[in-house]
Design a protein around this ligand. Structure first.
Ligand code: AP5
Length: 257
């Protein structure tokens, strides 16, 4: 079999920061692929949904409001999302780049990202050349099937699927043995609502990135290892990632998926 070689930047190099925004409907595999890419590129995976869920666990009034909105599948107001994101982006581990999973979700958020949020010290230069929008295309019936089978660890948030990625022991996380739970917004009626919001608010962002020639379209229906392989090779070509210390994609994926 022909083995592709993906070259990773060395830890002591100072390559220009890479920003990858991962787009796609709920359940498209954004979290799954972002986590793999973050390991390969050695940049943080920032999941806005996960950050918001951690705030929603708080017993404050804001926490309660967040829980309600997210359980209904509604978008959280920009003021709160931007506050949470700006705080996270300002941390030093983002200096080499980041994978943004779940942001932007509206055209307004896309503009804020480029004009405001990333215009910090780290991203002042050549942002246009270093921003890739990755779109995972998945059909609605696949989404409903994926989300009805998703289970999440109540402690470490590791994600499973009863059919395609089951835990070793039924109902228990492989990593810490904690109980697996169903996300409240994964109930079918809420999934359909989230899909509607995606079509209305988020899908228009795709043409925004297509115009800038920074949109990478990927068939998200494939097995996740194939998707990962396709993405890393395409990103390597798009961004001309500096080379020093080559690593084999397949062996890296085995360690990370
Ligand atoms: P968020 O947590 O971001 O939810 P989402 O976008 O709806 O995406 P999901 O996490 O449901 O799915 P995913 O695409 O990451 O798929 P996964 O990899 O887990 O946001 C939640 C909420 O927060 C929003 O509804 C909103 O309220 C709020 N929010 C977030 N961002 C916001 C913003 N910017 N503005 C305002 N509000 C915001 O995979 C799903 C399942 O499929 C898993 O079980 C997995 O194992 C399986 N799977 C993955 N890939 C494959 C494959 N290739 N083949 C087979 N199975 C697969």
């Amino acid at each position: 079999m022909h083995r592709q070689v993906f070259r990773l930047p060395e830890m002591d190099e100072q390559p220009a920061p890479i920003v990858i925004v991962v787009l796609g409907p709920p359940g498209a595999g954004k979290g799954t692929q972002s986590s793999m890419l973050a390991n390969l590129l050695r940049v943080p995976h920032i999941s806005i949904g996960a950050l918001l869920r951690s705030y929603a666990r708080d017993y404050s009034e804001v926490g309660l409001r967040l829980r309600r909105m997210m359980a209904l599948g509604q978008l959280v107001p920009d003021t709160l999302v931007l506050d949470v994101l700006a705080t996270r982006i300002s941390e030093s581990d983002c200096a080499r780049g980041l994978i943004l999973d779940g942001f932007p979700r509206t055209l307004g958020q896309a503009e804020l990202l480029e004009r405001g949020l990333l215009k910090s010290l780290f991203y002042a230069n050549n942002l246009k050349q270093k921003l890739v929008a990755l779109h995972l295309r998945v059909q609605n019936n696949t989404i409903v099937e994926r989300l009805s089978g998703r289970r999440v660890c109540s402690r470490c948030t590791a994600t499973y699927h009863l059919g395609t990625q089951p835990p070793r022991l039924c109902g228990e996380c492989d990593f810490d043995g904690s109980a697996l739970t169903i996300r409240e917004d994964d109930r079918k009626a809420t999934v359909l609502k989230r899909l509607q919001i995606y079509e209305l608010e988020t899908a228009p962002i795709l043409s925004h990135y297509a115009e800038k020639a920074s949109l990478l379209e990927v068939d998200g229906e494939q097995p996740k290892e194939n998707i990962a392989q396709e993405i890393v090779v395409a990103i390597q070509n798009m961004l001309r990632i500096p080379t020093a210390g080559a690593k084999d994609v397949q062996s890296t994926l085995k360690d990370n998926l």
